[in-house]
Write a protein that binds this ligand. Structure first.
Ligand SMILES: Cc1ncc(COP(=O)(O)O)c(C=O)c1O
Length: 377
């Protein structure tokens, strides 16, 4: 099945009880058991719910995986993965990771006796060099947030396999339409479905997909026991949003490429980070493992006066935290997504006070370009 057909027919989209063409919101916390010794598979909505089940089967289908799991946020999904680590284990991760993930790793994992090493994620050799006897997991994110750095997923997964190390990859920026980490040898694909999968800036959700028979039951237990289960209403909205993801992504990605080319041509813009541009340091690696450059780019201005003028004057994108909506979103990582990192760490990774992130929506590209052209001087 091709992807646009799969988005509409490749997982449960029809209610098996009634034939309803949209899986209903099974808005219930509990389920009556006609036979107290056997339930229908559903007993309590923190454990399983038919609407949430459909969302889980959806992510499994899109990532070509056996198993899917849905969570109340991307962070709940990420933390359920990081909970696979125990006291004495060692975790290796890229230094350019989402601020919330960085916070979990530095504030919590260290308290639980998990040792962490940050590497330059684009340098495959650094992953190999970081391996210790107690290394249990490689945690990857490609492209990274917000600098769009690229990790060679297959090469790093191969190193992990040689050492019996588990791999998890945050695939939020590429979506399951443009990049399939599991097919590149990664064990767990992670999504903040708050972003492109839902696509309408009205849901907070997280998804996991895996083929790993041993890991799946552990992740399922974490979902149940840590309690970050996705709510029914949000699962329903997510299922509604995902149906148009193919068309949405086509337009957003095309807007991103045009906008990146425009920004690159503008003298007032110091640097443009977009893996779909031939000028991106790891363009070749990215295009080997993904089918497009994605819908997010970031760029560096010369000074903070320009940054202020841009935020004060832009009229098309909303100015907000988050990304992946049908509307374009202009963000300020320095004070938004990465504000929870110490200033020194932000600067070290290149998150400066003059860095902007732009998540392309589905507007007419001419309007996006005209708006930015007018505001960046
Ligand atoms: C790459 C990435 N991963 C994970 C998250 C966390 O997702 P959520 O906000 O749904 O918890 C975000 C949020 O911005 C993100 O950008």
């Amino acid at each position: 099945m091709n992807i646009n057909t799969k988005l509409l027919h490749g997982y449960p989209v029809i209610d098996s009880e009634t034939g309803a063409s949209s899986i209903p919101k099974y808005q219930t916390s509990t389920f009556h058991q006609k036979d107290v010794f056997n339930h229908t598979g559903y007993s309590y909505s923190r454990f399983a719910n038919p609407t949430v089940d459909a969302a889980e089967k959806c992510i499994a289908a899109l990532e070509n995986a056996k198993y899917g799991l849905a969570f109340s946020s991307g962070m709940a999904a990420i933390n359920s993965v990081l909970f696979l680590l125990s006291n004495g284990d060692h975790l290796v991760l890229g230094k350019n990771i989402y601020g919330g993930t960085y916070q979990t790793v530095t504030d919590f994992l260290s308290r639980f006796g998990v040792e962490c090493t940050f590497v330059d994620e684009s340098n495959v050799g650094e992953w190999e060099e970081a391996v210790q006897d107690n290394t249990k997991m490689f945690y990857l994110e490609s492209p990274s947030n917000p600098l769009l750095t690229i990790t060679d997923l297959e090469a790093v997964a191969n190193i992990a396999k040689q050492h019996g190390i588990l791999t998890a990859c945050d695939n939020t920026f590429m979506t399951p339409l443009a990049q399939h980490p599991l097919e590149l040898g990664i064990d767990i694909a992670i999504h903040s479905a708050t972003k492109f999968i839902n696509g309408h800036s009205d849901v907070v959700a997280g998804l996991l997909a895996t083929n790993n028979e041993e890991i799946y039951p552990q992740l399922k237990t974490h979902q149940k026991a840590l309690g970050g289960t996705l709510g029914t209403e949000d699962a329903w909205l997510l299922l509604r949003g995902v149906k148009t993801m193919g068309l949405r992504m086509e337009k957003s990605v095309s807007n991103a490429l045009q906008l990146a080319e425009f920004l690159e041509s503008k003298v007032q813009v110091k640097t443009v980070y977009y893996p779909g541009l031939a000028s991106h340091t790891n363009h070749d690696v990215h295009m080997k493992q993904a089918s497009d450059g994605g819908a997010v780019l970031s760029f560096e201005l010369e000074n903070t006066d320009q940054v202020k003028a841009l935020f004060d004057n832009c009229q098309v994108p909303i100015v907000a935290v988050s990304l992946g909506g049908v509307e374009s979103i202009l963000s300020y990582p320095w004070m938004m997504s990465h504000a929870c990192m110490p200033e020194e760490e932000r600067l070290k990774m290149g998150v400066t006070p003059t860095l902007l992130r732009f998540s392309c929506g589905i507007e007419d590209c001419d309007d996006l370009i005209a708006d930015l052209d007018k505001c960046i001087n």
